[in-house]
Design a protein around this ligand. Structure first.
Ligand code: NAP
Length: 465
């Protein structure tokens, strides 16, 4: 296999002894930042695992396709794979293909960087009706994730997004954009066709607290509020908010909303409603969504959110909940169910009683929860790697099974970085046919066929090795 040098013959060897082997579970930004931080320490061989055949995680499947400057971070992260000390092992699923015990039997240390794979639920009646979806599934679909189920916009004229964070802004902005705006993106062709043809006329963003409490960031908010053909409608009395009491970001957010509330867009094709101080209490509909009933909220004397009993229903055909993500437990790895993270101290995994688990570490959203921007993962990973490197000399001596032997024994044929580069080239070529820089390939068989050098119409099945 290319770029898989024999054990003991690694060009990055310190020359003194066998390199220490570190496995990273999850090849998204936090995992790659962890690898980058490890590279500063000679004599460490790093294997980045991912269940997908492609690296980059949320950078590829979470950052909005129209935010191309953020995607540029990918170029910097890609350089990490240029080091001979780093290997990508795609299409290997922790828990299913490889157990905790097996990884710990093959590596001196393991870093879990698996992100936040679950959605927070609204826990209201009707939440599971067709047409009530998580923002994550919508993002996965328009980002060309191979597991995503298709969205259909037939008959959808009004969409309500619940939550006022940056994910809510992303999904609402994508809905507000025109076909011409979306055409240059890397969305798969069927996604582009569906979004180009939608007839949505009203997009609602609903926050359960006030505009001054929203977690979206001001540049993202402004970008959405100033889309040329979109009429913003702010349903709150912004003048009632005392700006002098606010910190910089909430103040800038409220100011941006005030400007938007004054904007008159003569030939608007779509209205973007911002409604605060309302929480969902029921998704309406018998066979599919027909509306969302909300209750007006307020803060009590102790600053707690309470319902006022005043209700209203917004007619809509699609509800997108963008109310946060949470980590998913990894088979056999300690997990804090309440917080949805791996319990840890400075990145060192602990059990639920706080006892450190030797040789196990966590980084990124599975370590601290789903907060911050991509760059936040850099300092987060640096903290974890500092702990790991400090522990290495003291780590208990274990006889490791060579990884190559383990993979062979399990019949696993991971995709490599070279395989990813074939997918990358194929997507570039597909895009160039229509003047786009890339068109994502969203099917498992196609991705695997291209990775295996067989062309997209080969015969591989999703689980073929
Ligand atoms: P978030 O910023 O935590 O926002 C979640 C929103 O959901 C909040 O408004 C929260 O309100 C609300 N919420 C939570 N539970 C609710 C419930 N039961 N009912 C109604 N509303 C509820 O999370 P996110 O938007 O998922 O973003 C995750 C992270 O990714 C953030 O750090 C974000 O900045 C980042 N991100 C960044 C970008 C970008 O930079 N362009 C894009 C996407 C995501 P309360 O505040 O009242 O709890």
């Amino acid at each position: 296999m290319p770029r898989w040098p024999e054990r003991g013959a690694r060009p990055y060897d310190s020359g003194v002894q066998e390199p220490k082997r570190v496995a990273i579970v999850g090849a998204g930004p936090s995992g790659i930042f962890a690898a980058q931080a490890l590279l500063a320490h000679p004599g460490i061989a790093i294997d980045l695992y991912d269940r997908l055949p492609t690296p980059f995680g949320l950078l590829r499947y979470g950052v909005a396709p129209d935010h191309t400057s953020v995607k540029g971070v990918g170029n910097a992260l890609a350089r990490v794979f240029e080091s001979p000390a780093v290997r990508f092992l795609g299409h290997v699923e922790f828990g299913q293909d490889m157990s905790r015990k097996e990884l710990l039997g093959a590596y001196d240390a393991v870093i879990y960087a698996a992100g936040a794979a679950e959605d927070t639920e609204m826990a209201v009646p009707g939440e599971n009706l067709p047409g009530s979806e998580s923002a994550r599934s919508f993002v996965a679909w328009y980002s060309g994730h191979p597991d995503a189920a298709p969205f259909r916009f037939t008959g959808v004229r009004s969409v309500v997004t619940v939550g006022v964070g940056n994910v809510a802004v992303d999904v609402s902005r994508i809905l507000c954009k025109t076909a011409a705006d979306l055409s240059p993106t890397d969305m798969p062709d069927p996604v582009l066709d569906e979004l180009r043809g939608h007839v949505v006329r009203d997009v609602w963003i609903v926050g359960r607290r006030g505009p001054q409490h929203a977690s979206f960031t001001t540049p993202e908010l402004r970008e959405m509020l100033t889309l040329p053909h979109v009429q913003p409608v702010v349903h709150d009395d912004l003048d009632a908010i005392d700006l002098t009491t606010l910190d910089r970001r909430p103040k800038a957010n409220v100011e941006a909303l005030k400007i938007a509330a004054e904007r008159l867009v003569p030939d608007a094709s779509l209205r973007l409603h911002l409604l605060f101080w309302h929480r969902p209490i029921e998704v309406e509909g018998r066979h599919r969504v027909t509306g969302l009933t909300l209750e007006r909220t307020a803060l009590d004397a102790d600053g707690r959110l309470i319902g006022t009993g005043e209700e209203r229903t917004i007619e809509c055909e699609l509800v997108l909940r963008a109310i946060g993500y949470r980590g998913r437990a990894l088979d056999g790895v300690p997990f804090d169910e309440k917080r949805g993270v791996i319990p840890n101290v400075l990145g060192r995994v602990t059990d639920t009683r706080g006892r450190v688990q030797p040789r196990e570490y966590a980084a990124g959203w599975i370590k601290r929860g789903p907060t911050g921007v991509i760059g936040t993962n850099k300092s987060d990973a640096a903290e974890t790697v500092a702990a790991l490197v400090a522990d290495l000399p003291e780590a208990p001596l274990v006889v490791l099974e060579p990884v190559e032997k383990l993979l062979h024994r399990k019949g696993l044929r991971p995709t490599s970085y070279e395989d990813w580069m074939r997918i990358d080239a194929a997507e570039g070529e597909l895009g160039s046919r229509f003047g786009r820089s890339r068109t994502k390939i969203a099917s498992w068989p196609e991705l695997l066929n291209i990775a295996r050098g067989r062309g997209s119409d080969g015969t591989a099945t999703p689980r073929e090795r």
